[in-house]
Ligand binder design. Sequence first.
Ligand code: PLP
Length: 390
Amino acid sequence: MLDLDINICSAINEEMENNFYSISPVIAQTSNFSFKNYDDFLKACEDEKNSYMYTRGSNPTTKMLEKKIAQLEKGERCKVFSSGMGAISSTLFSLVKRGEHILVLNTIYGQALTFIKYLEKFGVSYSNIKIDEFTDIRNFIKENTKLIYMESPSSQHMELLDIEKITKIAKDKKILTVIDNTWATPIFQKPLEYGVDIVIHSCSKYIGGNSDVVAGAVISKDEIIQNIFEYGHQCLGATNAPFNSWLLIRSLRTLPMRMNFHSESVKRIIDFLDSDIRIKKVYHPYSKNEYQNKLAKKYLKGYGSLLAFELCDETFENIKTFVNTLKCFKIGVSWGGHESLILPAFKGNNSESLIQRGISKSHIRIYIGLEATESLIQDLKSALDKAFNI
Ligand SMILES: *Cc1c(COP(=O)(O)O)cnc(C)c1O
């Protein structure tokens, strides 16, 4: 963990003298701003991105958050949105046009893929390819490929991509690269250092960290963020509320420490799962897989605590018993907060769609929260004992 990151995450208000020397930043809970005189107003109109006029555009509390996230990702500029999907849709809306093609690598967040598919309505095509260490992505790049969209590690099978290998090819062909870095957070992975053009976060997960905010962020060069601000942000209007920006500034204070805890905890959980005969396979970059371990060593400073595993038994009743017996793991979507969560892929009636997506019926996603690791291991063990008595 870098001391620098801890300093950036600290909540001390940069403009303390203007804010009563408050330790927790003052919230600018306002929709609009007024001007001392008409000349000042005219000046603000010329550069709305850098002025405070109306909160759909810019707001000082949101700006403070944006500065911190940009610094954490080592990017020039950040724009915050009212959800991760707000950030994703605004970015793609701003950067691609009719006749262009998006190349999607491996599995990405489901709703993001739905949006990319929906862009076909506006004449934007896409292909979604599965790649591994032997794939040459040049074979899938088309004349009109404008952008490569990836998630690494992905939040389905947690597989890492060789980011630098991809960005080198993309740069050569003047293709923009976008990465969803939600799983690793900027504490553990800084994709801009490996040549990625645009980093996206769902701040609803680790950055929020308390299961009480939905928000998103995009980090890139000033010029690209300006474009996304003018069109995606201003026209689609997924503006983050000042209070939610304030909550996220609060959450950043503890992000490095929380991530460190998650990382240590998930390693112990995986050691347990890897050694249990009822677990067939674990999906996580720390688990046994030479290629993934190699990529993790290169790209990750620590581990996110979202993982998946396959059970040795796909009987629906047994899966249900397993989930219902757990006490520490709550059944629920999303992740990144204090509570550990569980989400089986099999709902009893969705075998067809699982086969199509290449997911086994015994596929279970779990999120390791901030509870004592030993209690979580005991909880998993008891539930496995009860459901799969072999
Ligand atoms: C949750 C999530 C999103 C979408 O973010 P919202 O804040 O829910 O809109 C995008 N990507 C990943 C990896 C996510 O986990």
